[in-house]
Design a protein around this ligand. Structure first.
Ligand code: NAP
Ligand code: MG
Length: 487
């Protein structure tokens, strides 16, 4: 059946598990379907890993670890750089594959492919910048020598919403640091991860350094790996709910955890904002990936002096977006990933209307096959509405009006999440003051996009632990060793 995928995307995507450099069908887990959310039909089937497969992958990674850790950084860098080149050459095919299995528009998929490849290039560059330091102990008797070593076998668990970028954002730094890995991609979107693993193999990453175990039973499979003392790192991107479960499990082996969890981003428009910029920013912060992003603007706080104008312009801009299958050129907003997600989005919109919000655009699913939902704008939403406290993960913008900066900050910070905030104002002093006061790991100041491979991405509060990207992302896969030395 994978011939269909090849015809659709131009890529011959492997559908097995990758363990110790071999593509295998696994040990009795059978196969699981991958669904195209624009048609609700199965695209293909992939191998479905069991706990035994996962532990075999850990063994393969453990066996490959010493060799890879001892490989000169320059050589590790060149593998990553070749993978960047391959991913860039095949960008169009990978974008089509992502559109097919995730539903996102080709435009979003192309942008993600570029972004994802960039992590391979960035970490090719970081691999040769692994530093330590040497200081004199205050007593003068000895030197404090600090070096860094790869943390060891790393389990990487990724979500379906950015199937390529969430994989390379972990694979890049792990491989640069000298770690071997087992990647467990989301069951909705395993094909992109398998394609990326294929590229890394082709780029010369040795057998066993990268293993991939997709599964329909993530709890037991990830749990088995986390309980294995040979595993020394978990890097997880997904929901806060699952993140909490994994942090509890990590206690068993005192496993080092990097967690990129959920968000509930405020998008703040002050009365002195450049409204053109605030509309352009909202189109990215809200509608990129159809709103299925942890960084998606989730609640719009608009100053009452400009709220009527801003809302009208936002509804106009969202109303012009074309909703359709991701693989059709010209589509701006693809389907949501599955029916559960659509039901949740639809329930939140109904709830916001019950709470007093006025639906000024959309508010329903179009009458067609596929998990589509219309771009939606809801005005006059009360600050206490449930929609403002919930990660929407769909193309819906609730607008809450504010008049006072102190009140605004209180609302913005009244969340268990703290991933990103967007702030629009032409007063730089206000912009920086508010940025400092917001309880968040990242701020987009007059910008609707913060993601950059060179920048430390991550959240505070229950949005996560640790950072990905930049130099910080490399350090997540390294341990610090201190040698007290005299000479
Ligand atoms: P999810 O349900 O938490 O799933 C994430 C990953 O964990 C998937 O691979 C999933 O496998 C796996 N998983 C599910 N239950 C598990 C368990 N009990 N034990 C171990 N692994 C388990 O999240 P999602 O719905 O796919 O993704 C959306 C969430 O990711 C949102 O909350 C979003 O904010 C967050 N996200 C965060 C960032 C960030 O950088 N902070 C980036 C992107 C997304 P299955 O696919 O088989 O369920
Ligand atoms: Mg799918």
């Amino acid at each position: 059946m994978s011939t269909d995928v090849a015809a659709l995307t131009g890529l011959d995507v492997p559908t097995g598990l990758l363990i110790g450099g071999e593509w295998t069908g696994g040990k009795g887990g059978g196969r699981m379907p991958v669904v195209d959310p624009a048609t609700e039909a199965a695209l293909t089937e992939v191998a479905n890993a069991t706990e035994d497969d996962a532990l075999e992958a850990v063994s393969a990674a453990h066996a490959a670890l010493p060799g890879w850790a001892a490989t000169p950084p320059r050589q590790r860098a060149e593998c990553l750089r070749r993978a960047f080149d391959l991913m860039t050459q095949r960008g169009e095919q990978i974008a089509r594959l992502m559109s097919a299995e995730n539903g996102k528009s080709l435009r979003d998929a192309r942008a993600e492919t570029t972004y994802a490849a960039e992590f391979l290039r960035w970490y090719a560059e970081e691999a040769v910048r692994i530093d330590g330091n040497l200081t004199v102990a205050p007593a003068g008797a000895n030197k404090v020598l600090v070096t860094r070593q790869p943390v060891g076998v790393s389990v990487l668990v990724t979500p379906w919403n950015f199937p390529a970028a969430m994989a390379t954002r972990k694979l890049g730094p792990a491989l640069a640091a000298g770690c071997s890995v087992v990647l467990k991609p989301a069951s909705e979107t395993p094909l992109t991860a398998l394609a990326v693993a294929g590229l890394l193999e082709e780029a010369g990453v040795p057998a066993g350094v990268v293993n991939v175990v997709q599964t329909s039973r993530p709890g037991p499979v990830v749990g088995a790996m986390m309980a294995d003392p040979r595993v020394r790192k978990l890097s997880f991107t997904g929901s806060t709910e699952v993140g909490r479960i994994l942090l509890r499990q990590a206690a068993g082996t005192v496993l080092s955890c990097s967690m990129e969890l959920g968000g509930n981003a405020p998008f703040i428009v002050f009365d002195d904002a450049d409204l053109d910029a605030a509309i352009a920013g909202a189109l990215i912060a809200k509608m990129r990936n159809g709103g299925e992003a942890c960084t998606a603007a989730n609640r719009f706080y608009v100053h009452e002096a400009v709220a009527a104008e801003y809302t009208a312009r936002l509804a106009d801009a969202f109303g012009k977006l074309t909703v359709g299958p991701g693989l059709e050129e010209g589509t701006d907003v693809g389907p949501l990933v599955n029916e559960d997600t659509r039901r949740k989005v639809s329930g939140l919109v109904t709830g916001a209307a019950d709470d007093g919000g006025q639906v000024v655009l959309g508010g329903r699913a179009p009458d067609r096959r596929g998990y589509f939902y219309q771009p939606t704008v809801i005005d006059q939403v009360p600050a206490s509405a449930r929609i403002a406290a919930t990660e929407i993960f769909g193309p819906v913008a609730p607008i809450i009006r504010f008049s006072d900066e102190a009140q605004l900050l209180q609302w913005a910070n009244a969340s268990e999440y703290g991933l990103v905030c967007y702030v629009y104002t032409n007063d730089l002093r206000r912009g920086l003051r508010v940025s400092e006061a917001l309880e968040t790991g990242m701020v987009g100041l007059n910008r609707g996009l913060v993601s950059d491979p060179a920048a430390p991405f991550g959240g505070v509060k229950q949005s996560g632990l640790g950072r990905e990207g930049g130099h910080d992302g490399l350090l997540e896969f390294m341990e610090t060793k201190y040698i007290a030395t005299e000479w």
